[in-house]
Design a protein around this ligand. Structure first.
Ligand SMILES: CC(C)(COP(=O)(O)OP(=O)(O)OC[C@H]1O[C@@H](n2cnc3c(N)ncnc32)[C@H](O)[C@@H]1OP(=O)(O)O)[C@@H](O)C(=O)NCCC(=O)NCCS
Length: 194
């Protein structure tokens, strides 16, 4: 069975944990790597700066209508990762990002389970028509997770991601609202206790 997870708002206490996860080379290597100064790169905001930013800056980042950012928690309410939906209202799409920062939990379907919640947010709460991810070609676990959920390979984004000084292609993987509606009952059957 897949584990139960939940989404909640990001709290100030979550940010140092995210920084700690991103310091791990194995984690940042599959995520966005490090910048020229060696600092791990994140998407949407810089966790190193967010920990003690002003309330205005916090609100700007974490209450944005354009980029929805969620903390992912396990069944005990412990923070284990982060999900983001970047809204593309002109085309009723959302670009999804997902990170299970606790690498001791990788390959146990926390990612797949969290995706169901992110897709519910995107399709039900925000009424999008399509959700997509850019999966680096070297990131097999992410590709398997997307395929398991029902994402379809839509194209290849050439040299989109840099790792260790080399450029790699990313796979554009998408899921449409009607496809998700059809698959959702079967996916929920996989989650413990549902
Ligand atoms: C990618 C990521 C979110 C996946 O989360 P996860 O909880 O490990 O994912 P899941 O367990 O739901 O799915 C992983 C799949 O990869 C498979 N897999 C791939 N490599 C594996 C390995 N070395 N060991 C075990 N399983 C592996 C699993 O079997 C599973 O497929 P299945 O459902 O067919 O069994 C997580 O590894 C992560 O956060 N990585 C860093 C950030 C990242 O890469 N984000 C995605 C960018 S597109």
């Amino acid at each position: 069975m897949w584990p139960q997870v939940s989404l909640r708002e990001v709290s100030r206490e979550d940010v140092p944990r995210l920084c700690e996860w991103l310091q791990d080379e194995e984690v940042n290597n599959t995520w966005y790597g490090c910048d020229e100064s060696g600092a791990p790169v994140h998407v949407g905001y810089t966790p190193q700066n967010a920990a003690d930013c002003s309330s205005e800056e916090w609100e700007h980042t974490f209450q944005s209508e354009e980029r929805k950012i969620y903390s992912i928690c396990n069944a005990d309410g412990e923070h284990i990762g982060e999900g983001q939906l970047v809204m593309e209202p002109e085309v009723r799409s959302a670009h999804m990002f997902i990170l299970i920062g606790r690498k001791d939990l990788w390959y146990q379907h926390y990612g797949a389970s969290a995706m169901i919640h992110l897709l519910d947010e995107a399709f039900s709460s925000h009424g999008v028509h399509r959700v997509w991810l850019a999966v680096p070609e070297y990131n097999e676990p992410a590709r398997f997770m997307c395929e398991r959920i029902g994402f379809v390979l839509e194209g290849r984004l050439r040299r989109r991601q840099q790792r260790g000084g080399e450029w790699y292609d990313s796979l554009s993987m998408g899921l449409l609202a009607d496809e998700y509606i059809r698959r959702r009952p079967g996916l929920l059957e996989q989650v413990a206790g549902t």
